[in-house]
Design a protein around this ligand. Sequence first.
Ligand code: ADP
Ligand code: MG
Length: 696
Amino acid sequence: MSIELADSVTVLTGVGPQLAQKLERVHVRTVRDVLFHLPHRYEDKTSVTPIGSLLPEMSSVIIAQIELAQVVFGRRRSLVVKVSDGTGSLTIRMFHFNRAQEKSFQRGLWVRAFGEARRGAKGLEMIHPEYRVTAEEPRGGLDTTLTPVYPTTDGVGQLLWRKLTDQALGSALSSVDELVDQRCLPESLQQAYEAATLQQALRTLHRPSADLNMVSMQQANGAAHQRLIVEELLAHHFSLRKTRDLRERDRAPRLERDLGAEQRFLQLLEFDLTAAQKRVCAEVSSDLAEASPSMRLVQGDVGSGKTVVAAIAMLQAVSCHVQTVLMAPTELLAEQHYRTISLWFNALGIEVGWLASKTPAKEKRQTLERLASGELLVAVGTHALIQEAVNYKFLGLAVIDEQHRFGVEQRLALREKTPNKQVPHQLLMTATPIPRTLAMTFYADLDVSTIDELPPGRKSVDTVVIPSESRRAEVVERIRSACEQGRQVYWVCPLIDESELLEAQAATDTADELSAQLGGIKVGLVHGRLKPKEKEAVMAAFREGDVDLLVATTVIEVGVDVPNASLMVIENAERMGLAQLHQLRGRVGRGSDQSYCILLYHTPLSQHAKERLKTLRDTNDGFVIAQKDLEIRGAGELLGTRQTGSVSFKVADLMRDQHLLPLIESSATAFLQFTPQNVDPLIERWIGSKENYVNA
Ligand code: ADP
Ligand code: MG
């Protein structure tokens, strides 16, 4: 029976409806999907590695003799087995073990173990390796090929993947076509294409022979990997371009720039726009005058002045008598924007509405009615602004602040808010810049503007990193002296995942403790469990200077703007991500005083945490921080599934393969010229089943 690439996985032996459903979870629906479901790593059980030449973070087979085995009682009880092979020694550590296991490790016996060697406090360690104890030195029993390890889902084991890929390789590999013509590629990529055909490359990735270099397989830098990576990146690039083309077929209201209104607005401000703000405003303004919906991302470091850029864009909509909204991811930030925008717009005689999920029913109903009738042109709020009940008479521009918090779904919802087939323009703002190379690939469907200049007079924040166990008292004194000099201080409490309640409780305890220690200093408290009114009252008191020290959870992460605050203490900083810490720190350094940030951490620090804290201490530059974040975490996590839809790569890794991205751009142009008919099959092959992503 011949098997076609497009056939459902159920044609393979052993795949029934139940298994098919599980495979669906990893987007494997067809035989083609099986062939393109590629291992994400390999194990090398083809040879024995002397302990002396083990590489950390690589799994290897070792054969060694047992020197000592004992149960130790540390933070957790563990069985520790010390082994050596004449080239070095290593510790096997197990946290789960039974009596029989404990007794099997006798001094002088042999052990063959397979696992990842890590550098522990006392030299190399393998934690829970696969192992076998024997009386004699073990011989033979090694694999003949590298073992592929497939990304998987519950209930689908590696053995099953091997069976599926065996069948697909046997019956369908020969029908996989080359879609990428070599002429499309720059010279530097030609070699990989000459070294392996697509079919050979797929076979190599699924069944690498033992003589292949494990390191190069792991680092994906061999010809087989390279040509597949190029294909995959091209596929993603085209998919984004397609999204963009679809959008360009939509209609949007043309919003002409009104220089008079803009002039009146600028006169209201106490400052002049920076050159960067002016440039970005002009870019946004010409987008809005287009007849197809624009989508632009404005990135600018914390404090670079994105709000005023948003306001000017909104003004352009109002001048053309269409509606515009500004959405923020948290209520606190939305309130802050509401205050700023109302202050500015009311002075021009423009009314601004407010909408959040906690807005009282009556007020909400009124606002909704006035948005539906078109009486209200401007509204600020949270994502309540795009929920089902909200209808607009004529929404022309939606501004979304801190876009990384909004998912693709929200973007889609917005699209559906539009009457008479017009789609609003969208302006996204973020303080978490995406490194340029990634922006080109990932935002091929957006235009990107960058505010690469801070308003004059900003000082960078001096950051210190301090262990909290030993030096908390010193920090408390520092707060006292800052407050006595009339400065204001933030104390940011630790993040407690998944529990707003616990987080609020911890913050309350901290506030009590600090106010006991700092007699005479007025302490305020804000956390996620407070009612909006209470929150607002505390923030107002802090803004007015009636509160000296504001103890807060990370609710203050974005947008809060109190220039007199010049010291921030962040507790358990090691638990937070780089971008988040940078955002938090951006709350200080907004006034004329030199500002400070104290990052408190608990020991011991992981390697990543150490690097994160050091990065913050060394730089205030959001771009440098984002680049570093990318290096530490990898691109997938940085972009996050929420931001980019269901983007996930099979072989490419945006961080590792960054250098290829510019080549992809130029190859794509040639591809379209030589083989435009191959664009859709290429997308189908690599991204095929994720329709949502393509249409987002
Ligand atoms: P962010 O980019 O972080 O959203 P904001 O829009 O909140 O920054 O601006 C931060 C502060 O800088 C605000 O108080 C704002 O009024 C002020 N600001 C914005 N642009 C300028 C400028 N060109 N000159 C001086 N201050 C400015
Ligand atoms: Mg902002």
